[in-house]
Design a protein around this ligand. Structure first.
Ligand SMILES: [Zn+2]
Length: 397
């Protein structure tokens, strides 16, 4: 189990979520294993296993800019004191987490109490704790999703304060500037990786292309957590990443689902399979990439997807619930993708397609994330009162 623990400690570090020295991952089997000697683990963390029926626990102080964002939110967000929780605003975290509880004491009982209802908890002044009952992977995913949700909420709050309420003060301007300073660490690399060129000649090649594209979206930091999926159409079958699979390790996590519905393999396939299928039925696309790039999500939340022809930087914005209901993305996404090759689901993420290989959708997703990042900065800049510009040099260079 030590190798599993080391793997997720490595992922936390590689994805800029938490430095190895600031993370403690515990796994309970016959005994407790950890990424450090037990004498160096906080005994309160080990006692959580007495309160909960879980086998994995992750506690860590998030890396920057997340830690500054979370600490700032503890002060400015009214729901922290009023309700003892933070309400995420992006669609996936809202669907799967509901809310993120905040506690003030670092004790096994308080942490276990919060975690018995939710996937993660913020312990004020200390960090984030999350758990798994099957594997350490669950704890890692919940930690990552919590960081993502806080990031999206923070920029949404800044856009609201600067552009809608128009009442930022000096402290907000300085806070935003310090976050922009720290952003470079986790910004996507906009210089595109070159992927396999041309259509897949065999299903083995298609599987390799999907795995390669999955690693690319993670390496480009276009997905923070596991939310996202990838598919390729070959010989009337959709090869698609399994639900909940890690996009940088797809090699053995791809299902083949016949387009005619003649197999039940779709059970483990992504919950967004129906959206992929309808894209293939309504266009001549061969591959689909879906991810949750942060600034695409942030800026889409300021659009009104119920308006006809709603666009963000030229790309259609659609609404759409997760799942297969009448208002689900399986109905809203395909016509928009068919038209533009790319669409953003409001508050959720981007779907991009290509006619032969993943270079085309990857470039669409990267380009859209880039324009959304610069659009976010310019929206904030144009709403910044002249008296505050000196506190925000990062917005102006
Ligand atoms: Zn999604």
């Amino acid at each position: 189990m030590i190798s599993q623990i080391d793997k997720y400690i490595g992922k936390l570090s590689n994805q800029g979520l938490c430095l190895p020295d600031d993370a403690t991952m515990l796994f309970l089997d016959a005994d407790i294993s950890a990424n450090r000697p037990q004498s160096e683990c906080n005994p309160e963390l080990m006692r959580i296993f007495d309160h909960m029926n879980i086998n994995s626990l992750l506690f860590g102080r998030p890396a920057e800019p997340y830690w500054t964002i979370i600490n700032a939110m503890m002060k400015y967000e009214k729901s922290v004191d009023q309700l003892g929780r933070i309400m995420p605003q992006d669609c996936e975290t809202k669907t799967f987490f509901h809310d993120i509880p905040i506690i003030n004491t670092f004790s096994a009982a308080a942490i276990a109490d919060a975690l018995s209802h939710r996937k993660s908890v913020i312990i004020r002044g200390h960090g984030i704790a999350s758990w798994g009952s099957v594997s350490p992977e669950q704890a890692f995913v919940s930690f990552s999703s919590t960081c993502f949700a806080m990031f999206v909420k923070f920029f949404n709050d800044m856009l609201r304060i600067f552009c809608d309420e128009r009442n930022p003060d000096e402290s907000v301007a300085k806070l935003l500037n310090s976050i922009l300073n720290k952003l470079k660490i986790i910004q996507p690399d906009f210089k595109q990786a070159q992927l396999h060129h041309g259509a897949a000649a065999s299903h083995i090649e298609a599987l390799g292309m999907i795995a390669e594209a999955g690693r690319a979206v993670v390496n480009h930091r276009l997905v923070d957590s596991f939310f996202g999926n990838i598919s390729y159409l070959l010989d009337n079958s959709i090869y698609i990443s399994q639900t909940g699979s890690s996009l940088d390790e797809l090699e053995r996590c791809i299902d083949a689902v016949p387009m005619d519905g003649s197999s039940s393999a779709g059970i483990t396939a992504s919950s967004e399979l129906s959206a992929h299928k309808n894209i293939y039925l309504s266009s001549n696309s061969r591959c689909v990439l879906h991810g949750h790039p942060r600034f695409s999500v942030i800026m889409s939340m300021r659009s009104n997807a119920t308006e006809p022809e709603c666009r963000l930087m030229g790309i259609p914005v659609v609404s759409g619930d997760i799942g297969t209901g009448s208002k689900g993305i399986m109905h809203t996404v395909p016509p928009a993708v068919h038209e533009c090759g790319c669409t953003v689901v409001q508050g959720h993420g981007v779907f991009a397609c290509g006619k032969a290989d993943f270079n085309e959708p990857l470039s669409r997703m990267l380009e859209f994330e880039k324009v959304c990042f610069y659009e976010c900065l310019s929206t904030l800049r144009s709403s910044c009162p002249a008296s505050l510009t000196k506190f925000l040099p990062n917005l102006y260079n």
